[in-house]
Design a binder for this molecule. Structure first.
Ligand code: PLP
Length: 417
């Protein structure tokens, strides 16, 4: 049977997380665009399509939309509109912060960067590149078993040539929320620029850059029900930054390139919705997550929750299931109509143990059994109960299969690829 749906019904069905009766539990990976966001973006495709740098009416309208979005975002972040730079997403924002500030500081003889081993690769690979090609020296702060950074370790790592400190606001794999305001206060005492990758924080944490004591803050719209491929970097006035992209001098010379007006307008609205509903969303997701955690712990033997028990993202549940590889669990969940993810990186095709869990002290074989279930706006109690019913069965099946494989009892023809 071919199912035909009109676009508005299709959009709301996807947003409901009910597409092909799927339960979507991977909100840390990405989110559906909110239909209210789609609606505010719509006029900027083919009606108000002007280039914001053009001087005639159509361009001025685009510029007004762009600057309106900038002001609204600045209000939410408690900063000045001129301190917001629009980018293509979290990866570019992190790159601009690290390379931009790093290179400006290098010109003053400062080439030491302080960061953590649990950052997203957008930060880690950028720092590695700065070290390998531009002779930066990097200190990776230790984290505890819960993935928490100790502000005292930040203070102890600071040197006379420290150029930048970068610590993420919330970890994407284990959900731990870091003590950003305390770390920021230490950085400020020493006059060192402090960047936070807050990509996982929008909709769950305050993004007030003044009380967070941050100089740079990265966000990405697709994590808070906005479109993919658009983000922003807050850059505190006075922070020296060498642009990494040259061209038409848009964004006050800090990020050249014609601004993506529809996406920026959409992102601003998505951020208003996310930060506006922060408290009710946090409370509801926290309750769902607690129910999910207690149900899974009760019915699955030999599992361990990962990340901080209290200082964490409210809808984020991560666990290590001992004695299995997460890949088999993910396939079982997919067959049951549940979308989730593991903590392992498999960009190369061969899954490898998560760098985050390894830094937290987990053995590689345990880290291979990492599972991440991240709840979002559209999830219900019924979704949670369904996962509590299905996941223990799937784990039992995968464990039994792993034992048979180890014992050589599974014929070659039945071994999956
Ligand atoms: N930083 C963190 C913590 C993330 O979780 C992600 C995306 O998963 C990124 C950066 C990269 O963001 P984007 O996908 O917008 O490039």
């Amino acid at each position: 049977m071919i199912l035909v749906m009109s676009p508005p019904r299709l959009a709301s069905a996807i947003f409901d997380g009910r597409m092909a009766s799927m339960i979507y539990l991977d909100h840390s990976a990405t989110t559906a665009v909110d239909p209210r966001v789609v609606a505010v973006m719509a006029p900027y495709w083919s009606e108000l399509y002007g280039n914001p740098s053009s001087l005639y009416g159509l361009g001025r309208k685009a510029a007004a939309a762009l600057e309106g979005a900038r002001s609204r975002v600045a209000t939410l972040l408690n900063c000045q509109p001129g301190e917001i730079v629009f980018t293509s997403g979290g990866t570019e924002s992190d790159n601009l912060a690290l390379r931009g500030v790093g290179m400006a500081q290098a010109a003053r003889g400062r080439r030491h960067i302080v960061t953590t081993p649990i950052e997203h690769h957008a930060v880690l690979h950028t720092v590695t590149d700065l070290a390998e090609r531009f002779e930066f020296d990097v200190t990776y702060l230790p984290v505890d078993r819960h993935g928490l950074v100790d502000p005292a370790a930040v203070a102890a790592s600071i040197r006379s040539d420290t150029a930048l400190i970068s610590v993420m606001a919330a970890n994407n794999e284990v959900g731990t929320v870091e003590p950003i305001a305390e770390i920021g206060a230490i950085a400020r005492q020493h006059g060192i620029p402090f960047h936070t990758d807050a990509v996982q924080g929008a909709g769950y944490l305050s993004l007030d850059v003044t009380s967070l004591n941050v100089d740079l803050l990265a966000l990405s719209a697709h994590k808070f029900y906005g479109p993919k491929g658009v983000g922003l970097l807050y850059i505190r006035r006075g922070v020296k930054l060498a642009p990494i992209q040259t061209g038409g001098n848009q964004e006050r010379g800090r990020r050249s390139g014609t601004e993506n007006v529809p996406y920026i307008v959409g992102m601003a609205h998505a951020l208003e919705l996310a930060q506006g509903g922060l408290h009710s969303n946090v409370n509801r997701l926290f309750a769902l997550r607690e129910r999910l955690a207690s149900g899974l712990l009760a019915y699955i033997p030999d599992v361990e929750l990962t990340g901080h028990p209290v200082q964490r993202l409210p809808g984020h549940l991560s666990l290590v299931i001992h004695g299995v590889e997460a890949e088999g669990i993910l396939i079982g969940l997919d067959l049951a109509g549940i979308a989730a993810s593991s903590g392992s990186a498999c960009a190369s095709g061969a899954p490898s143990a998560s760098h985050v869990l390894k830094a937290m002290g987990f053995a590689s074989e345990d880290a291979m059994g990492a599972l991440r279930l991240t709840l979002g706006r559209e999830n219900t109690e019924a979704d949670v109960e369904f996962v509590i019913e299905k996941l223990p069965e799937i784990v039992a099946r995968v464990r039994a299969m792993s034992q048979k494989l180890e014992a050589g009892e599974v014929p070659r023809s039945q071994r999956g690829s």
